[in-house]
Design a protein around this ligand. Structure first.
Ligand SMILES: Nc1ncnc2c1ncn2[C@@H]1O[C@H](COP(=O)(O)OP(=O)(O)O)[C@@H](O)[C@H]1O
Ligand SMILES: [Mg+2]
Length: 365
C-alpha cells in the first residue's frame, strides 16, 4: 500500500486501482482509469470477466476468501467496487488489511438489501414506494390489505434487471408470487403509478460534489432498455432530484459515483426507487455526451483528484444491446450516428446485457 491519505494527496498516475467485481462496469472503469495513467487490478470469482480481460491484473478468488482479499488489498493503492452485492465481510477484509475502500462499507450495506435501503431513505425523510417486509404468506396478505393492489413482491437481496420480482394484481398472483420466493426474505412494495422514471448520477470526492443531468429511463421486462437526456421534466423536478441525491451522498459521506433511481409521479412528486453505490447503466451516455464520463468521474473521486466537469455538450440516447441484439453489431458500426460499446461477453442467457449504443444530437436545452 502506498502511504497515502486521499484526503490530502491525490493518488499519482502509475498507482493501481483495485476493483471488486468483474463485469462490464468494472471493464469501463478500468478503461477510464487506464486512460488517466493508472493500472487496474480486478478481483472477482468468475471464470470469465469483461473487466479482468482489460485490466493490468486479475485475481480470481471468492469474495469470502479473506486471505486473497488481503493480498489483493496489499497489491493496490485504493479499492473500489463495481457491484453492490460484494459481501460486507469482504469490504471489512479490505479495511482490516489497511486498504482504503471508496465508497465505504455503509453504502454497500444499505444498498444491498431493499428493506434496509428503504428504511434508510425513510430515516432521511425521502419518499419511496410504500413497503413492508414479508416473511410469510399471511404477512403478504396483511401487506396487501394495508398497501392495496397492484403491488410488487421482491427479494430483499440479489435482485437485478427485474429478477426476483413479481407483480401482484389479485389474490391468485399473490400466492404464485409467494411460492416463487421459495422462502427467500422478501419485501412488498406498493406499485407506484409513475409518469416516468429518471436517474441522477452524482460524483462526490472529499472536496466537491458534481451532478450529471438526470436521464429518463425506459425499462422492458425489468431491464433498462433506453436512457434519454435531457429527461422530459421541469427544472424544479430536476433540482429536487439533485437535492435528494446530494442529501444521500452527504449522509453516507460518500466518495465515488452514486446513482439514484426515481419514480416521477404525474404531480411531479418524486419517490426514490433504489440507489446504486456505483457507476450505473443509465449513465453510459456520459461517455460520449460529456467531456468526463461517469467512469472517469468515479476514478477521479476515489483517487482524490479534482472532479472536472459533468457538463453535457450534446443530447443523448443510449440503448442497451440485450442478448442476441448484439449480433447486429456491424449495423451499428456502419451507422456513423452511433457509438458502439461491446462488453466482450458471450450470449449465455436471454436478457444478458452485451453492450450499448449511444446516439448524440446537438444540445437542445
Ligand atoms: N414499486 C414499484 N412501482 C412501480 N414500478 C416498479 C416498482 N418497483 C419496480 N418497478 C419497475 O421495475 C423496474 C426494476 O425494479 P428495481 O426495483 O429497480 O429492480 P432492479 O434492481 O432489478 O433494477 C423499475 O425500474 C420499474 O420500472
Ligand atoms: Mg433498478
Amino acid at each position: 500500500m502506498a502511504d497515502l491519505n486521499t484526503e490530502s494527496a491525490p493518488l499519482p498516475p502509475g498507482s493501481t486501482i483495485g476493483i471488486l467485481g468483474g463485469g462490464q462496469l468494472g471493464r469501463m472503469l478500468s478503461q477510464a482509469a487506464t486512460r488517466l495513467g493508472f493500472k487496474t487490478h480486478i478481483y472477482c470469482p468468475d471464470e470469465k470477466s469483461p473487466a479482468g480481460e482489460v485490466a493490468s491484473k486479475w485475481t480470481r478468488a471468492d469474495y469470502m476468501d479473506f486471505e486473497a482479499v488481503a493480498k489483493f488489498t496489499m497489491a493496490v493503492d485504493v479499492v473500489t467496487y463495481e457491484w453492490e452485492n460484494i459481501p460486507v465481510e469482504c469490504a471489512d477484509a479490505v479495511t482490516e488489511a489497511g486498504g482504503d475502500l471508496f465508497p465505504g462499507r455503509r453504502a454497500l450495506e444499505v444498498a444491498q438489501d431493499r428493506l434496509s435501503e428503504k428504511r434508510y431513505l425513510k430515516s432521511l425523510a425521502i419518499d419511496t414506494a410504500p413497503f413492508m417486509p414479508v416473511a410469510s404468506d399471511e404477512a403478504l396478505g396483511m401487506a396487501i390489505n394495508v398497501a392495496g393492489l397492484p403491488a410488487i413482491l421482491k427479494t430483499r437481496r440479489f435482485g437485478y434487471d427485474g429478477k426476483g420480482q413479481s407483480v401482484i394484481h389479485d389474490e391468485d398472483d399473490a400466492s404464485i408470487a409467494w411460492e416463487a420466493m421459495d422462502g427467500t426474505p422478501a419485501i412488498m412494495e406498493g406499485f407506484v403509478p409513475f409518469e416516468r422514471e429518471i436517474s441522477v448520477i452524482l460524483a462526490r470526492s472529499a472536496y466537491e460534489t458534481c451532478l450529471y443531468d438526470p436521464a429518463e429511463n425506459e425499462h422492458r421486462d425489468g431491464v433498462l432498455r433506453r436512457s434519454t437526456v435531457p429527461a422530459s421534466i421541469s427544472k424544479s423536478v430536476c433540482d429536487e432530484a439533485g437535492f435528494i441525491a446530494c442529501k444521500i451522498a452527504e449522509d453516507l459521506d460518500y466518495i465515488g459515483v452514486l446513482a439514484v433511481e426515481f419514480f416521477v409521479e404525474n404531480s411531479g412528486h418524486l419517490r426514490v426507487n433504489e440507489i446504486a453505490p456505483r457507476v450505473h447503466n443509465s449513465g453510459h451516455w456520459t461517455i460520449e455526451a460529456c467531456r468526463m464520463s461517469q467512469f472517469e468521474a468515479h476514478i477521479r473521486a476515489i483517487a482524490g483528484w479534482p472532479l472536472g466537469t459533468t457538463k453535457r455538450h450534446s443530447d443523448a440516447m443510449m440503448q442497451n444491446l440485450i442478448g442476441e441484439e448484439a449480433t447486429h453489431w456491424l449495423d451499428h458500426v456502419k451507422n456513423s450516428d452511433a457509438s458502439l460499446t461491446l462488453y466482450g461477453k458471450k450470449v449465455k442467457r436471454e436478457g444478458r446485457k452485451m453492450g450499448h449504443v449511444t446516439y448524440l444530437k446537438p444540445r437542445s436545452d
